[in-house]
Design a binder for this molecule. Sequence first.
Ligand SMILES: [Cu+2]
Ligand SMILES: [Zn+2]
Length: 178
Amino acid sequence: MLRFSSMACAVLICGGLIASFTRATDAPGAMAVANIMPSKAAATQPSNTNVTGTVTFTQSDADIQVTGDITGLSPGKHGIHIHEKDDMSDPQLKSAGPHWDMAGKHHHGGPDTADHHAGDLGNLTADDSGKAHLTGVIHNAKLDDLKGHSVIVHAGEDDMKTDPAGNSGGRVAGGRLK
Ligand SMILES: [Cu+2]
Ligand SMILES: [Zn+2]
């Protein structure tokens, strides 16, 4: 009898753990990661030949916190965005489509401008060794909203105003969001 109740107890605890994992997708602290890999056409952009890194998205109540570490960049600023599609098949990553725009009616901007695409993360700033650290926030979004999109890093600086993509040049690297 005692044995039976401790087993029943274990089943209940396990069940509770599984349920809390299932619920965790949009709970504060839940995370999604994009592994950034060079575009196949990177050789045509000699200053950004092997751009790699990770970008991590962490749910915090209504917002998503963004952190990233990217290497292999030419020193200076590089546009970084979430793009609509997670199709990485095109050598120049054009298959990733335009910037992710949750409501579908915004103009291009920067993360702090009043009107901008949800995917406008602004610029990475690479140091002399080609390393860049990113921090940012996507307001009023859930991790589930990110599924099926991708993170794309550009050859040049995002001017954070020109439609559709801030004149940030070629797509040197990208990673899918799952
Ligand atoms: Cu982009
Ligand atoms: Zn944009």
